[in-house]
Design a protein around this ligand. Structure first.
Ligand SMILES: [Ca+2]
Ligand SMILES: [Ca+2]
Ligand SMILES: [Ca+2]
Ligand SMILES: [Ca+2]
Length: 399
């Protein structure tokens, strides 16, 4: 009996960014103020005042405190000779929405369907993320929680790893002016958890996920599988590989499957699902600035701008290449993270397939694959591509 497991495909966690905490809500009569003291005035001496509720004391960078109080109290404090400043509190958030380099490199910001302009419009499409789960309440994702399915450990399809949430953000993070933005902003993300919190899962769990997606093939346009294990190709209907048979039927039901080529710097022919003919297999491009032409300095890991990523699998099973190095996206717990892998390349293509299906709802999975390849460019440096095939680089400017 084979006891193979499949692992999420990513190289390393390299940079974590935190969201600011939500501001406290003041009651109706009072609001927040920041109070700074003049030199020589001790902090406690002016905090013990009626009508002032102190939240924070400041003693190092500045001297003073933050507090809730009425406007009348604030005005009275401002006239106090010991006080240097009374200032209404404000709210800060990350300054603006970041256009991740991969989204830029494939020209999603030029897509008339993606409509990336800082206004939350949402592409009307459903994408299943067969992965570690998805952060079910991430503020930068449109998670379709009613469609969540857990085929792995734990009590729900919530993401205990981060990988599935990262994949989801590249596919469809909201164009809401904060955080990041995906290829198909606001696409409904169906969390299908088949990998555990360590990023591993059995073939049986993955088939559970494919089975679920197939049961909803009339609703789900695209499925992303940024995972892989050992195996080989076989003909649909030959009954040599249960996972392949499941994907064959799911694709026949109309779902476009996009999968990672793998991170072993090897030929994809010995990796499943990458080697299956019916899926769209994605290799990874190193790009550090979102622009063609090369020459950008490496950022989160060493590689060469606009070349084949040094970890990416290759070979005849690869259908298209997309950015997969130092990709910023959403993360579990409402956060963001920058990681690398063909896991990060695949969801760029899944998002592109979603854009295409949003405007070509009757396109078959093979027609989607052809459209993606035809729209791709050769505008990347294939000198380090290990095989002889210069696969097209994803481009969705016309989608
Ligand atoms: Ca928009
Ligand atoms: Ca956003
Ligand atoms: Ca570049
Ligand atoms: Ca190649």
């Amino acid at each position: 009996m084979r006891r193979l497991t499949v692992k999420a495909l990513f190289a390393a966690v390299l940079l974590a960014a935190a969201m600011p905490a939500a501001p406290a809500i003041a009651d109706a009569q009072t609001s927040g103020y920041i109070v700074l003291l003049k030199d020589g005035v001790s902090v406690p001496s002016v905090t013990n005042l009626a009508g002032v509720t102190v939240d924070n004391l400041y003693q190092s960078a500045v001297r003073g405190y933050s507090a809730r109080m009425t406007a009348a109290t604030a005005a009275r404090l401002a006239r106090d000779s010991r006080i240097a400043l009374v200032q209404p509190d404000g709210v800060a958030s990350i300054a603006a929405q970041t256009l991740p380099t991969g989204i830029d490199r494939i020209d999603a910001e030029k897509s008339p369907t993606a409509k990336i302009n800082g206004t939350d419009e949402r592409v009307n499409v459903d994408v299943a993320v067969i992965d570690t789960g998805v952060d079910l309440d991430h503020p930068d994702l449109n998670v379709y929680t009613a469609g969540a399915k857990n085929c792995s450990t734990g009590r729900s399809a919530d993401d205990g790893n981060g990988h599935g949430t990262h994949v989801s953000g590249t596919i469809g993070a909201l164009d809401n002016g904060s955080g990041v933005v995906g290829v198909a902003p606001g696409a409904r993300i169906w969390p299908v958890r088949v990998l555990n919190n360590q990023g591993s899962g059995s073939f049986s769990a993955i088939i559970c996920g494919i089975d679920y997606v197939t049961a909803h093939a009339s609703e789900i346009e695209v499925a992303n599988m940024s995972l892989g294990g050992s195996g080989s190709d076989s003909a649909c209907g030959s009954n040599k590989d249960a996972m392949h048979e499941a994907i064959c039927r799911s694709v026949s039901a109309g779902v476009t499957y996009v999968v990672a080529a793998g991170n072993s710097a090897a030929n994809s022919s010995t990796f499943v699902p990458a080697t299956y003919e019916e899926v769209i297999t994605v290799s990874a491009l190193a790009d550090f600035n979102g622009q063609p032409g090369g020459g950008a300095a490496s950022t989160c890991r060493a590689d060469v701008d606009d070349t084949f990523a040094d970890f990416s699998n290759y070979g005849a099973d690869v259908d298209i290449i997309a950015p997969g190095v130092c990709i910023l996206s959403t993360w579990k717990g409402g956060g963001y993270n920058t990681i690398s892998g063909t896991s990060m390349a695949s969801p760029h293509v899944a998002g592109a397939a979603a854009l295409y299906k949003a405007t070509h709802p009757s396109a078959s999975p093979s027609a989607v694959k052809s459209a993606l390849q035809s729209a791709g460019t050769t505008n990347w440096n294939s000198a380090t591509d290990p095989d002889g095939t210069h696969e097209r680089l994803l481009n969705v400017a016309s989608f």
